[in-house]
Design a protein around this ligand. Structure first.
Ligand SMILES: N[C@@H](CCC(=O)N[C@@H](CS)C(=O)NCC(=O)O)C(=O)O
Length: 231
């Protein structure tokens, strides 16, 4: 089965799907969607995902998954090992709890702060095909929610090596995406969280994260200048 991930190397949500596929070792093609140029609103992309967001995962049998929730559920069912949603009932519950918090308090807190505070996101307070006006008070509330989550995460990581227990899971993926995304609103959770910092350093050594860091660094580099005549 051939899979295609619609991705954007500079955005947090598709990074979750990218890390999931890399941790599972699932081969796939990648199509880059340039969110800064508004490619998500093009007729061609709307035909794939009318919600105008990435990630999207397509399979050549016609399966189209247009958000992380469905991508995670399908990838775990189709490629069960390594299990990233937990093995035992207790593990699954712990992963569900921390994954939901990482998404809702961490990632959404940072997104709320950025999307309601950045002049570049005026009228784009929520992703998707509908424009929503910013609510400036949500920018500060989002920062507070994210900060409280990062403090809780640091306390959690003082007890165990990974966010939801002894094993790496999707909770680690979403939590680390939130931690790294916090830079966008000038939060530095690693400075105040020694356990968070050690966990982040351990994750950085995983092959999936090494590859991902290289990809993001390449995306952040300015495009090389075209060769000038005579050189
Ligand atoms: N619920 C979606 C959210 C996806 C999402 O918000 N993606 C952002 C990138 S981080 C996007 O596509 N934004 C397009 C826009 O802002 O117009 C998921 O997690 O899959």
């Amino acid at each position: 089965m051939a899979l295609t991930l619609y991705d954007c190397a500079t955005a947090p949500s598709p990074r979750r799907a990218r890390l999931l596929l890399a941790e599972k070792g699932v081969a796939h093609e990648t199509v880059a969607v340039d969110l800064r140029q508004g490619e998500q609103f093009s007729p061609a992309f709307r035909a794939i995902n009318p919600h105008c967001t990435v990630p999207v995962l397509l399979a050549d049998d016609g399966l189209t998954l247009t958000d992380n929730a469905s991508i995670i559920a399908w990838v775990e069912a189709r490629f069960p090992e390594p299990a990233l949603l937990g093995h035992s009932p207790g593990d699954k519950a712990a992963v569900a709890h921390w994954h939901s918090r990482a998404e809702w308090e961490g990632l959404m807190g940072v997104a709320e702060a950025l999307r309601n505070g950045s002049p570049a996101m005026a009228n784009r307070a929520l992703p998707g095909p509908v424009d929503y006006a910013q609510i400036p008070a949500l920018a500060e509330r989002g920062r507070q929610r994210a900060q409280h989550f990062f403090a809780a995460l640091d306390a959690q990581l003082a007890q165990q090596p990974f966010v939801a227990g002894a094993a790496f899971s999707v909770a680690d993926i979403t939590a680390v995406v939130a931690v790294d995304f916090a830079r966008a609103v000038k939060l530095r959770p690693l400075d105040d969280g020694p356990h968070l910092r050690q966990w982040r350093e351990r994750l950085a050594q995983r092959p999936a994260f090494v590859a991902d860091a290289a990809l993001m660094a390449a995306a952040a580099r300015p495009a090389p200048a075209p060769p000038s005549a005579g050189t």
